[in-house]
Design a protein. Structure first.
Length: 318
């Protein structure tokens, strides 16, 4: 991956985030319509891997410009206020539309730990991201000091973590651990761009082969312990497919103001689209459900993006 490719990635990062967000929303619509077993539709959740890769790429640049303290503060200011507001409104909406009463899981969800404590998947991406952000300055320091050798250290750590989570019957955590790989790749790409370093093809191939071999050994170990979850096998190949898709987008995706806007509002899109789909799930007609959900998502995203901008101005005001 040369400097030109990494530069174009920086230029098109927001548009690619827009594509990834549309893939995730399409995936959740497909689940609602009962298309879970379609091999094409199921692959829509690879948009999450693209998000983590792009997040790692952006965070790598951010860490290079700020101290760890400022990096954490910026991440918190970007995510927590709007997450908390939408979280509170979701609790109210769950009570009004789904007759779900306030409980302990709602508190844990607001604290960004319900994924770890209850296996809650409703906003697991945010909870996983917060953990990844916590580790980012340390990983970037390792990459600065040891270069690509860091990859060969981190991959066995990820594999061991996946195995022990499965062994302890916390396989839901592996949904996050498999996605740690694209985030790490994003950090490496950011460092390569910052150093104006051309990543040699042999390093990419070597890293890919070592990753696949480790995952192959992991699956054998899980199979022997009767801990293999077949539904998670697709996450092994996702980082490879993700890189191919991102490279394709870098090369062929045109600048598009609509994709740019969706990418710019991706946090708000992620936070509102599933609650809205849940609230409207009683609509029996699929076309009507799709139309109402789409309109509601667009309206809510515009509203909350405006609120988020105002809050950011207020928080950053000195």
């Amino acid at each position: 991956m040369n400097n030109s490719t990494l530069y174009n990635l920086s230029e098109k990062r927001t548009e690619i985030m827009g594509v990834a967000m549309l893939m995730v929303i399409a995936y959740h619509f497909a689940l609602h319509f009962g298309f879970y077993h379609s091999p094409i539709i199921v692959r829509g959740d690879i948009g999450v891997d693209i998000f983590f890769f792009l997040s790692g790429f952006g965070c790598g640049f951010s860490v290079s410009k700020h101290s760890p303290k400022d990096f954490y503060a910026n991440r918190i200011k970007r995510i927590v206020p709007i997450y908390f507001i939408i979280g509170i409104l979701s609790i109210l909406g769950n009570y009004l539309f789904l007759n779900q009463h306030f409980g302990a899981i709602d508190v844990y969800r607001l604290l960004c730990i319900s994924f770890f404590t209850h296996g809650d998947l409703s906003v697991w991406y945010i909870h996983a991201s917060m953990l990844f952000y916590l580790l980012t300055p340390f990983i970037m320091a390792m990459i600065n000091k040891h270069g690509f050798k860091t990859f060969y250290f981190l991959m066995p750590c990820v594999v061991l973590a996946i195995y022990f989570c499965a062994y302890l019957h916390h396989s839901n955590i592996n949904l996050m651990l498999y996605r740690f790989v694209p985030y790490i790749i994003g950090l490496f790409c950011a460092q390569a761009a910052l150093d104006r370093y051309i990543v040699r093809t042999r390093k990419i191939i070597g890293g890919g082969i070592s990753y696949l071999l480790l995952m192959f050994v992991l699956q054998i170990a899980l199979k022997k312990q009767d801990l293999l979850i077949h539904n998670q096998l697709r996450y092994i190949i996702y980082p490879v497919l993700m890189m191919v898709m991102v490279h394709f987008c870098i090369k062929y995706l045109p600048k598009n103001k609509y994709l740019f806007w969706i990418g710019l509002c991706s946090l708000e899109c992620y936070l509102v689209h599933q609650p809205i789909m849940n609230y409207l799930s009683n609509i029996q007609n699929n076309i009507l459900f799709f139309g109402c959900s789409t309109i509601a998502i667009i309206v809510c995203v515009i509203f909350f993006h405006y609120i988020n901008k105002k809050m950011t101005i207020f928080i950053n005001h000195k």
